[in-house]
Design a protein around this ligand. Structure first.
Ligand SMILES: Nc1ncnc2c1ncn2[C@@H]1O[C@H](COP(=O)(O)OP(=O)(O)OP(=O)(O)O)[C@@H](O)[C@H]1O
Length: 312
């Protein structure tokens, strides 16, 4: 399966006559962070549960690291780390004891488990509370312990269901940093979320779910091009000349719209920022800011669902 760690083809889950997951095709590549996005009930969790062999598949196929999660659930569980929405640790045990328990279930040799547990706890900054009972942990600490379990396991794939929900901004920032750490260690990460700005900051690619189907899939820029139209928007702040006139004269520039005090939002059919900087200087202007305007996933998502509602 080339460099794909997960491959789904026509993957289907029905509940009675309802298609919770409607024949999706999905490839997750080694070492990427992939986001499953979509409103409540769109089918994200059901897709994850099928990949883990935790719910029956109604049709199609899914392979995880070359294994069939229905027929070979233990092979999948051994190699895949899973962080569910509510992480299930034993409250009366310490962080260290919880990981030691998992290590025993995974049959990690005792000669290795002590070191692997401490390294994993250090990697998520929980080493100093290793001896504290999990009952005393905040949600952020429990999520980090979940990541530590994935690190200790040396999983090749991590599947995280709404990992940052219920976390404050600082705890979210820390957790996302740890998710990036998993990627740096070569782990493929699949995460579901409805918190779009946070997903945008960490995901290489995303799939937008709608009513059990994948409506859009690709990088944030690709999705923005599909939904909002192609183009390179950027922001210019400059004074001292006819800046708008200078910008409009550049080949490829489509629109120049004033934005704020001494600012313009420029849309071009290609990246013309270097030409814009030269032109402003050559007409005697003084350039104070030239910023790429990354499309926001929030805009893509909102526009997509507005259009989907109109079409319905
Ligand atoms: N055990 C079940 N029995 C019947 N219907 C179910 C079951 N589990 C999920 N569904 C339905 O399948 C659809 C997809 O649910 P799923 O939980 O996968 O969505 P989701 O995108 O993960 O949403 P959320 O963000 O709310 O978890 C929903 O309509 C849901 O009601």
């Amino acid at each position: 399966m080339a460099d794909n760690v997960i491959e789904a083809r026509g993957l289907l889950k029905t509940y009675g006559s309802q298609r919770a997951v409607d024949a999706i095709d999905l490839d997750i590549q080694r070492g990427e962070i992939f986001g499953l996005l979509g409103p409540n009930g769109a089918g994200k969790t059901t897709t994850i549960l099928m990949m883990l062999g935790l719910t029956e598949i109604s049709g199609g196929t899914v392979q995880v690291l070359g294994f069939n999660p229905v027929r070979e659930p233990l092979e999948v569980k051994r190699r895949v780390g899973y962080l569910p929405d509510a992480v299930g640790f034993y409250d009366h045990l310490t962080a260290h004891e919880n990981l030691a328990y998992t290590a025993r279930l995974l049959a990690i040799p005792r000669s290795q488990s002590g070191r692997r547990i401490m390294e994993a706890l250090e990697s998520v900054k929980l080493a100093d509370v290793a001896g504290k009972r999990v009952a005393t942990f905040s949600r952020g600490m429990r999520q980090r312990l979940g990541i530590a379990e994935i690190v200790m396991k040396q999983a090749e794939v991590a599947i995280l269901d709404e990992p940052t929900s219920g976390l404050d901004p600082h705890a979210t920032f820390e957790l996302l940093e740890m998710i990036r750490g998993l990627k740096r260690a070569g782990v493929a990460v699949l995460l579901s979320s409805h918190l779009l700005d946070r997903v945008q900051s960490v995901c290489d690619r995303v799939a937008l779910f709608n009513k059990g189907k994948i409506a859009l899939m690709g990088t944030v820029v690709q999705l923005a091009n599909q939904v909002l139209g192609a183009g390179h928007p950027f922001l210019v702040e400059a004074q001292g000349a006819d800046i708008a006139g200078a910008l409009r004269g550049i080949e490829g520039v489509q629109t120049v719209v004033p934005e704020g005090e001494g600012g313009w939002r420029v849309m071009a059919d290609r990246d013309v920022r270097a030409a814009a900087a030269q032109r402003i200087v050559s007409v005697g202007g003084s350039l104070t800011r030239l910023a790429d305007l990354q499309p926001s996933l929030e805009e893509v998502y909102t526009r997509y669902f507005q259009e989907a509602r109109h079409a319905a």
